[in-house]
Design a protein around this ligand. Sequence first.
Ligand code: LUB
Length: 249
Amino acid sequence: MSQSKSAATEPLWPALRTGATGPFLRQERAERTREQILHCAARIFAERGYERTGIKDVADEVAMTKGAVYFHFPNKQALAVAVVEELYSRWPVTLEAVRGKGLSPLDTVIEMFNAATTAFLEDPIMQAGTRLQNERAAIDVELPLPYVDWTNLISMLLREAAAQGQLAEHVDPDVAARVAVAAFFGSQHISDNLYARADFAERWREVRDTLFPALRARPAATRGTTGARGPAGGRAAAGTRTARSVTPR
Ligand code: LUB
């Protein structure tokens, strides 16, 4: 009983009570500050582009001194690289979350693009990273290569889809990945330039609903027109319901 009383009055973990003085807490606070700076910088890069963004603008936005910003990022180049790297570090996390939904590989692809669409509309890191990549030729530091990881990710998922018989026979997964990524980024780019992305959700739905039905294997019952398949020349017997999935060959 006296024990519980002393527990209530004595700080169990003095460092927690005296503020962020321990090295661990100091580091945690520094990371939070770095993140704040990064997000404010992203908002400004997204709005004004690289050239017209200054460290001073970022410092003002985050209500810190320029010195405080320089403590975390030695220069504007480092800030731009950090924004782009932050963007690319997110996709494996998104993929894990989408994988967790237990969708088929083809629907996983669609859901990844849906997630990217939401990020384009809502996430300053995505908007800034994209703007910086579009300006990469004029930026005096090397940014990570754009589109490559994303295309590889979509290729990998589409190869899984092919292995599970989800893709129409004529579809090459690597070609389809390049086409899907180009259509996605192309429609995003047009929407950004014409309407500040106000119509992008709608434009993406159009791309999605035009492209993916063309990639998807059709149910066996409707594939008989070539006459090349199965004992009944590919035609299912009248009134027979056939499974939507196709056995991989
Ligand atoms: C990612 C962007 C924006 C892919 O390069 C890239 O892969 C990307 C800009 O270049 O997001 C996410 C769809």
